[in-house]
Design a protein around this ligand. Structure first.
Ligand SMILES: C[S@@+](CC[C@H](N)C(=O)[O-])C[C@H]1O[C@@H](n2cnc3c(N)ncnc32)[C@H](O)[C@@H]1O
Length: 341
């Protein structure tokens, strides 16, 4: 921490993020895609009062999401790339999920910390994992967000991990299937199975078909904890799953993977990785608090924790690779990989 300015910037953080969410919800970035518009044009097109919209655009311009020239607003390069719907890097659904589900829960953070209990961000009983398992409406919204979130890491995983040594990938809790999709697109010999809850598999099927890889990526509905893994894989991917379970659950999943794999099989653990001392980086530290809100026993995972579970289960050749180039460094994403000797 440096000075007063830093403290003030942190204090205003919720106002800046809420301004971004509002601009996404109001389709500001979609409307400005590829062309500049005046406040008058935007106000009439978006059906928003000129006076209020002008102030929202002021925040978006001040924080670099928009530019203004000769009376017209334009998307910044980053907004054009990541905040315009249907662009390959779109993260607007991730912003909307933060706005619609998480924002209100964060408003109760003191209460949640005092009670030391999770809080259902979707209303009703059950944590995020339970609700995703049972409620098809929630699944669709939350998985659009997860899909946005995972596109760039999926591309980077396919670039950085050598899938050439393996034939068949089992993607545990594979979500939209995007990690498997990118891997099979890069490696034409590879096949994959997305193993997730039934409503999630329905969405994955649509996305797999959109990418035209139905012949090589299949879905298998089921519970990765309670059900037997579908047979035949020589590589297991566990991406964004360990953060949803407590330590005992994480180790049990890794041990189950070890017992399942043939000799020479491989495992990839992908997470937003917190320091072993749990003091940063900022995103996994925030995520750790978010998981306190959303899950019963979930937490950000560290390299030390993941390596320890792999070693204890019997894996060897444990290696860490950061995923910072395509995914950006803010999320502190990385993979811990290992083999069954
Ligand atoms: C955070 S998402 C990650 C999705 C995907 N692996 C990715 O990285 O984009 C977690 C996924 O794990 C699935 N999941 C969690 N626990 C599960 C369980 N017990 N059985 C099946 N799927 C599970 C959820 O349904 C969800 O799709």
């Amino acid at each position: 921490m440096k000075d007063l300015d830093d403290i003030l910037e942190i204090a205003a953080g919720y106002q800046v993020s809420k301004s971004l969410f509002a601009a996404v919800e109001f389709n500001v970035f979609n409307s400005l895609s590829g062309k500049g518009k005046t406040i008058k044009q935007l106000s009439s097109e978006l059906k928003l009062p000129k006076r209020s919209l002008f102030r929202l655009l002021g925040v978006c311009t001040a924080c670099g999401l928009l530019k203004k020239k000769d009376g017209k607003y334009y998307n910044s390069k980053a907004a054009e790339r990541f905040l315009v719907e249907n662009k390959p890097g779109y993260i607007g659904d991730f912003c909307k999920a933060n706005n619609n589900f998480l924002y209100n829960s964060w408003g109760k953070i003191e209460e949640i910390i005092k009670s030391d209990k999770f809080h259902s961000v979707f209303g009703g009983k059950g944590d995020t994992i339970d609700r995703v398992a049972i409620d098809p409406k929630i699944v669709r919204v939350s998985h659009k967000a997860q899909h946005n979130y995972s596109i760039n890491p999926a591309k980077e995983l396919a670039e950085k991990f050598d899938f050439s040594k393996y034939k068949d990938l089992l993607d545990l809790g594979g979500g939209s299937g995007i990690l498997s999709i990118m891997a099979v697109k890069k490696y034409p010999h590879l096949t994959a199975t997305v193993f997730d809850f039934t409503p999630v598999c329905e969405i994955a099927k649509e996305i797999i078909a959109e990418h035209g890889v139905e012949d090589r990526v299949r879905t298998c509905p089921g519970n990765i904890i309670k059900d037997e893994f579908p047979k035949g894989a020589d590589l297991i991917l566990i991406s964004g799953i360990l953060d949803g379970y407590d330590e005992e659950g994480c180790y049990a999943m890794i041990k189950k993977a070890y017992d399942y794999l043939p000799k020479g099989g491989g495992i990839i653990l992908k997470e937003s990785i917190i320091d072993d001392g749990r003091t940063g980086p900022l995103f996994p530290a925030i995520f750790s608090l978010a998981l306190l809100i959303e899950t019963r026993g979930g937490d950000s995972r560290s390299r030390g924790e993941m390596s320890g579970w792999l070693k204890k289960a019997g894996f060897t050749g444990i290696k860490f690779t950061p995923l910072h180039e395509i995914s950006g460094s803010y999320r502190a994403l990385g993979i811990v990989t290992a083999k069954k000797a």
